[in-house]
Design a protein around this ligand. Sequence first.
Ligand code: TYM
Length: 333
Amino acid sequence: MDESKKTLYSAVQPTNNLTIGNYLGAIKNWVALQENYNCFFAIADMHAITVRQTPAELRQKTLSLAALYIACGVNPEKCTLYVQSHVSAHARLCWVLNTFAYVGEMERMTQFKDKSAKHADNINMGLMDYPVLMAADILLYQAEVVPVGHDQKQHLEIARDIARRFNNAYSPTFTVPEGVFMKVGAKIGDLLDPTKKMSKSAENAGGSIFLSDDKDTVIRKFKRAVTDSGSEIKYDPENKAGVSNLLSIYSLFTNKSVAEAEREFSGRGYGEFKLAVGEAVADKLAPLQKEQARLLADKEYLNGVLKVGAENASRTADRTLNKVHKKIGFYQI
Ligand code: TYM
């Protein structure tokens, strides 16, 4: 680990099919950031089980997500890529941090409320504890920087509060992390209801572009994307949520600025615009899917990456956990 670099932490849950929201809001940014930070990228399978999963699917999606990270450009030679449940320190720190988190604040979390409504038959303790486990993830690695989408802002605030509470109760132990949110891309909207975030678990799959979608599906979904009244292709999230969302997606997939994209489509119709966005996205997804499939066929390589990742992660995480155990007075032999 390069001590002169700051530490960065992020994770994605291996649930459902990932969308371009997950890619643009999180993974795509990791690739650029990995050059300048000591990065830890996890597959958050412990978070995933807060909603009931089919075991065989969870296993398959975990490996598939590891392949996807690498296919997207996460370089396991440069960063630590691992599965959360392989590092026991996460569960152990989570337990300690639970005593620094309050039931009332957990009940007020937007995601807890949303997921409780959606899974009313299974409002388990893990669902409520989700943000504390996330705090444990981040704090174990003393991460300074956490690049996530906008929907994780509240959870990041809780992680910061918990870190400060612990530091104040004992002595400085945890680095207080900062969230990094992209100006464009931190909140990719649903194509059919752009004021809502695009989600892996949306009821209508027509509003989400999955990273596994083929070209025809991508084009069809973009063709049906809602735009706004008027005909101007202009970035104005307040009044033109649909068009602005499409401009954000186009800009991020083509690495052009939003202003450049506006100029490119000035005077052109919505139909032509939507087709161009669909093509830009599909053209980027195809090689990514091919590379993911190639990696998935080499399970031995992926297992090797995850094994080394878990060892590296454990080394750092155990250091923090030991410190915490000493401070709170757990007897040491
Ligand atoms: P998950 O799997 O729900 O989401 C993974 C990442 O994708 C981002 N995201 C979006 N960004 C922009 N637009 C969207 N429509 C969109 N939808 C999702 C999320 O903000 C997230 O960055 N709880 C985390 C996983 C996690 C984690 C952590 C993250 C577990 N431990 C520690 C950071 C640090 C989550 O939401 O995963």
